[in-house]
Design a protein around this ligand. Structure first.
Ligand code: GAL
Length: 662
């Protein structure tokens, strides 16, 4: 973080919940824990504007002053995340409306429609006040616009949204004929004669128009980005400090296309929580961290929120085992975070998140949890010199929110084929082989990668498909998995056989999808197995690597490899079981000349390198239950020990070595 040396440690401080005596105790404890960055006023609106137009900054002034006197820097919220009850009572028209036409009541948070002019007017007036008051405050080193924009209210179906959606469509398509063409409205008698006839895709009796659904996602993402810009514009009139908002690069939220948001952030910040509903929550953490780094263009980024222990919003909220919080934290650092912040400082005693963990737990500071916080803080101090370095990866994985929206639409070949699960499967194979992947946008410059992995890239533009083709033709290597290249950006099927946009690159053509029923598996002639998906595929220029041994298409190619120009492109036409996918990726990695820095395994040991400025650091994170050894030479930063040739990493531990030539 600019203005903060080393790897910074921070937290959300919802001081409004506590009396001033606690604030005084808190800053002392924050100092003890080495906290350098504190987010305040994230949910402050009803406290600082208790009545319309009446501002009271007494408490915020005191807390900011207190933090400043203790040398703690501030990440200042604009406070607009949740409107106060006086606003929703006077203006119920700002409340969000769901796809089924029902209105959501206040009483939770984020109860506002992103397109509401009334909400916008009141919220911008608040931002103006906050920015004017603290815009040049020396302790404010970062501005935090709203909070997790779109976490709950991204898709709003009220009349204000309908009007904004129409304006957005008019800008995009200019003529109603162009829209009709893009949405394929000749089907089911959906032809529009006038913009005023178009609504947001509210729930209907049958499946809705998929192109309209994708455009509504795009619109909704743009609408909130527009709101971010509006807040940021007010801030920039009063401050030169960096401005950002916290992204939600995580498995259960998919409404914002962060590729379009990222260029507008002064710092890329993400919130990440372990999701125990997923098969491998730690692998998902690594993926999210790598994707966040992709959003940052490879530069260091900040983890704006994570939990010290359990969250409160999953069906079963698992506490973190001893050492886990440190391991999770250092996984983020290994993958490029230079700043680690937590939600929240002190566990609430009231409110919907009273059972969410915090740095200071309900039981106080004579606790394992608090000692782990102190331990993390001490460890981060030893890693300060890593700040500013960047992660080195030879593999890129293409990720697209648009593909997520279109692949997971309502009417599709199989409801069990889910975009993110396929992305995770491909990512996990690479990770388990010990390689590091950059997660990048489909249009990214691929020239510096040896291997590009393209999982389930259902929607792809002509230009991005051509970019991948040119990369391979120029000597690159690619692995493309099924359900890729199927539709263009208007969600229109590419004719002539699947996988549409990638047919020539892959040297194959598929005539028909043959998805499998849940629980059904097919065997492959080469010994592996697969589930979910098969397709009637034939090769044109590709070589068949493996075929189905049974299932609906015995003898049909399941895995192919095509020489394309100077390079090679693999196609995986089914959902391989993890070991088979890993074997295939292993071959592709070796063929592409990637030398993984980690040993192959089950993913419980992660090895990542950060380097820059003539320095190089190896992070070895042992999530497993057995000690491991890793070949390294240099100085271990967390213990200070010299390492000559062999680094021992106890079970559950993390070691970071500043590498020296052996
Ligand atoms: C985030 C949010 C925080 C808190 C946290 C709990 O979504 O920004 O305010 O609710 O989750 O995990």
């Amino acid at each position: 973080m600019r203005g903060l040396p080393g790897i910074s440690l921070g937290c959300d401080y919802n001081f409004e919940q506590w009396p001033p005596e606690v604030w005084a105790e808190d800053v002392v404890l924050m100092r003890e824990a080495g906290i350098d960055l504190v987010a305040v006023n994230i949910f402050g609106w009803s406290s600082i504007e208790p009545r319309p137009g009446e501002y009271d900054f007494t408490a915020l002034d005191r807390v900011i002053g207190l933090l400043h006197r203790h040398g703690i820097r501030i990440n200042l919220g604009t406070g607009t995340s949740s409107p106060p009850p006086w606003l929703t009572t006077r203006h119920p028209e700002i409340l969000p409306v769901m796809a089924d036409g029902t209105t959501r009541s206040p009483g939770g948070r984020q109860a506002w429609c992103p397109s509401s002019p009334v909400f916008r007017r009141h919220a911008l007036a608040l931002v103006e006040q906050v920015a004017r008051r603290y815009g040049s405050h020396p302790a404010v080193v970062l501005w935090h616009v709203s909070n997790e924009l779109g976490c709950h209210n991204a898709l709003c179906y009220d009349e204000a949204s309908a009007a904004a959606f129409r304006r957005w469509l008019e800008q995009r398509y200019v003529s109603i004929e162009a829209l009709n063409k893009a949405w394929g409205t000749a089907f089911w008698s959906q032809r529009y004669d006038d913009w005023s006839e178009i609504s947001p895709p509210r729930l209907a009796l049958s499946a809705r128009n998929p192109a309209q659904l994708v455009d509504f996602q795009r619109f909704s993402s743009d609408e909130l980005l527009g709101w971010y810009r509006a807040e940021a514009a007010v801030l920039r009139r009063h401050t030169t400090a960096p401005v950002t908002t916290n992204f939600m690069v995580t498995a259960h939220i998919r409404n914002l296309d962060y590729w379009s948001w990222a260029p507008e952030m002064d710092v890329i910040a993400n919130d990440h929580y372990l999701d125990h509903r997923l098969g491998d929550p730690v692998a998902e953490l690594s993926f999210a961290a790598d994707l966040t780094r992709g959003l940052a263009g490879g530069a260091p980024w900040m983890l704006m929120e994570q939990s010290a222990g359990a969250v409160n919003w999953q069906p079963h909220n698992l506490a973190k085992l001893p050492g886990q919080m440190l391991r999770n934290s250092l996984t983020h650092v290994a993958r490029g975070a230079d700043s680690l912040c937590f939600f929240q400082w002190r566990a609430s005693v009231q409110g919907a998140e009273k059972f969410h963990s915090a740095l200071v737990p309900h039981a106080g500071t004579d606790t394992v949890a608090w000692r782990e916080v102190l331990d993390l803080s001490a460890t981060l101090t030893t890693l300060d010199e890593v700040a500013g370095t960047t992660v080195r990866a030879d593999v890129a994985l293409l990720f697209s929110w648009e593909s997520w929206w279109s692949a997971d639409t309502e009417a599709r070949p199989s409801q069990d084929v889910r975009y993110l699960a396929q992305v995770h499967a491909a990512y996990n194979a690479i990770r388990e082989l010990g390689a590091t992947a950059d997660v990048v946008a489909p249009g990214a410059d691929l020239s510096r990668y040896r291997l590009v992995v393209v999982p389930c890239l259902h929607m792809v533009s002509d230009a991005d498909a051509a970019g991948l083709g040119a990369y391979v033709a120029g000597g690159g290597h690619a692995v493309v998995t099924f359900y890729s290249g199927i539709v263009d950006r208007s969600d229109r099927v590419r004719l002539g056989g699947y996988p549409g946009a990638f047919r020539d690159l892959l040297g194959v053509v598929a005539e028909e999808f043959f998805p499998l029923l849940p629980g059904d598996r097919v065997r492959l002639a080469g010994g592996g197995s697969a589930e979910l998906w098969t397709e009637r595929l034939r090769t044109t220029t590709a070589k068949t690597i493996d075929t189905y041994a049974d299932g609906p298409l015995p003898g049909v190619p399941a895995i192919t490899r095509n020489t394309h120009g100077e390079g090679a492109a693999w196609y995986v036409a089914t959902a391989l079981d993890p070991p088979s996918l890993r074997d295939l990726m292993d071959v592709a990695l070796h063929e592409a000349g990637v030398r993984p820095i980690g040993a192959p395994g089950d993913g419980s040991v992660e090895v990542v390198r950060r380097a820059g400025g003539g320095r190089s650091y190896i992070f070895v994170i042992n999530h497993g239950t057995q000690p491991i050894e890793y070949a390294a030479t240099g100085r271990e930063l967390t213990t200070g020990a010299a390492v000559s040739g062999l680094l021992r990493v106890p079970a559950g531990a993390v070691r970071v070595v500043r590498e020296e030539p052996s």
